[in-house]
Design a protein. Structure first.
Lengths: 159, 369
């Protein structure tokens, strides 16, 4: 019998603590989300690939023979990834990957959601945000774009 | 706020009630009792009206001032996913219309023969098999297409199944439209068989061609079984039924039989190449010891018609069709689901390849050109 039951103290049964989301959980949730995007959202774009049975030949064809198609594929993938992360985080506060990893984001506006996911924009300066985010995540336990957008990813820990 | 206003309105304007107990000019008790009854009725009426009004106000509050409750997470998740799939489909459709719309009017059919030639395309993304069925189908389609004036086989293969190669070669010979074989890096063995059946062969001078021979192989691990006290209990009807079984040593008569089989295939291969290239049987036989030739040596030996690069291929085709060359690409199309399913099935196959299939006698004897 616990102390709470024995003396009827009416103490809280569980205590929760919100902490900044861990690196491993963030990475896993990102992988899950990318997997979902690859198999569901981006699948219609694969129909554009002229060679579907061999990824290497397909990429060679795109790189050396059809640059405009490559540009369209990269731009469309970037747009869909940006929308996926922004819409889920704005409407539900977390993406399906974050749900599985039990991560949350604090309530935010749609513009904040877009800013915190700008790293998916497939244009040169934005691509650098991946590296910058990673450095900030290791250094300050918070992504660079989270600082810029004034948002936060948290995980709820029971103690 | 609305609630308060409306309630005040009821109290002050709509229902005016005077309390008989507060009256000072009462005449008698009888009159007083009647007034009390009327008062109670009015109070009841007032209460019921107030309740109804309050309910209505609560309802309006819910509609106007309280934000609609958020739908379930599943609903939003599905909505977002469907929305994004629709966007991707829209982009894909528009791009396809813009980019591939023009390709349908190409005048030279480009059919690739890459990787191992077989009757299976291999389902996964990384597979490099060329499905003979598909290639034959594409050659027929190109022949039926009025816009197509010539067919070019883009060959980069080291051969494969003898039957698959022979069937593609036959389809090439049956083609009513001129067929040009373009050997890029490798066009050896079965792939050369296919190339030889075309009307003209162009290869890079450093490409690998030839390899006119047949290779047969089988696994044998009877010693391994003996080491582990596992014996092969031979039960056959027909002396050579378990020829090339990995579970036993091949007998000398079986070895001769197996060798003859390969020799027969080799003969057919040589005869076909000789016929296709308009060369004598003996001339091809001299070259057909299984060795590979560089493009330049193959040209000297008459195995190909010209050495050249992609520009030379373009020039030759332009002369052949007497108009500007516009390729129509025929690629092995495979659905996304096939590829995903193929990945799973091939994973299982690869894991079990060394275990399960090596025990199968029929599948292990591998003959290829």
């Amino acid at each position: 019998m616990s102390l709470n039951d024995e003396y009827n103290l009416n103490l809280p049964k569980q205590k929760y603590m919100a902490v900044s989301a861990s690196f491993s959980k963030r990475a896993l949730s990102l992988l899950i989300d990318l997997f979902i995007c690859y198999f569901f959202m981006l699948s219609p774009l694969f129909a554009l690939m002229p060679i579907k049975d061999n990824v290497i030949d397909g990429m060679n064809y795109l790189l050396y023979s059809n640059n405009s198609l490559l540009l369209i594929l990269i731009s469309a993938s970037g747009l869909i990834l940006l929308l996926y992360f922004s819409l889920f985080q704005y409407f539900l506060g977390r993406t399906p990957g974050m749900q599985l990893m039990n991560l949350y984001t604090l309530p935010m506006t749609f513009s904040q959601a877009v800013v915190r996911n700008l790293l998916f924009v497939p244009i040169f300066p934005f691509s650098l945000l991946w590296i910058l985010d990673l450095i900030f995540l290791i250094w300050k336990k918070r992504r660079f774009l989270e600082l810029v957008s004034n948002t936060l990813s948290i995980e709820i820990m029971e103690y | 706020m609305v609630n308060k206003k409306n309630t005040t309105k009821i109290k002050n304007e709509e229902i005016k009630i005077e309390d008989p107990n507060k009256k000072t000019n009462l005449v008698n008790d009888k009159n007083n009792n009647e007034e009390k009854l009327v008062y109670e009725e009015k109070i009841t009426l007032k209460n019921s009206q107030e309740e109804e009004l309050l309910k209505e106000i609560e309802k309006k509050k819910a509609e106007l001032f309280i934000p609609k409750p958020v739908k379930s997470g599943l609903f939003i998740t599905l909505s977002i996913i469907i929305f994004l799939i629709l966007i991707a489909t829209l982009i894909s459709g528009c791009t396809s219309l813009i980019m591939y719309g023009e390709e349908d009017y190409g005048n030279v059919a480009m059919i690739p023969i890459e990787g191992t030639i077989s009757f299976s395309s291999g389902n996964d993304f990384m597979s490099d098999n060329s499905d003979a069925n598909y290639i034959i189908e594409q050659i027929k389609t190109a022949n039926e297409d009025e816009n197509i004036l010539a067919i070019i086989l883009n060959i980069n293969s080291g051969g494969g199944s003898p039957v698959a190669s022979a069937e593609i070669a036959q389809a090439v010979k049956n083609s009513k439209k001129p067929v040009v074989a373009w050997i890029r890096e490798t066009g050896a063995s079965g792939a050369y068989w296919v190339a030889s059946s075309s009307d003209y062969i162009i290869a890079h001078e450093l490409s690998i061609t030839g390899s006119i021979g047949v290779i047969g192989s089988y696994l044998e691990f009877d010693d391994f079984l003996a080491d582990h006290n596992i014996s092969y209990n031979r039960q056959v009807a027909g002396q050579y039924k378990d020829m090339a079984s990995p579970l036993k040593d091949m007998t000398s008569s079986e070895e001769i039989l197996f060798s003859n089989l390969l020799q027969d295939m080799h003969e057919i291969f040589i005869r076909n190449v000789a016929e296709n290239r308009n060369m004598s049987y003996d001339a091809v036989k001299k070259l057909a010891d299984g060795r590979i030739y560089l493009g330049i040596t193959a040209k000297e030996n008459g195995l190909i018609d010209a050495v050249g690069t992609s520009d030379d291929v373009h020039k030759y085709l332009k002369e052949l069709i007497k108009e500007d060359v516009d390729f129509k690409y025929y690629y092995q199309q495979k659905s996304f689901l096939d590829s995903v399913m193929g990945m799973n099935s091939n994973l299982g196959k690869n894991i079990g390849l060394g275990i399960g299939e090596s025990l199968s006698v029929a599948k292990e004897t591998n003959v290829r050109v």
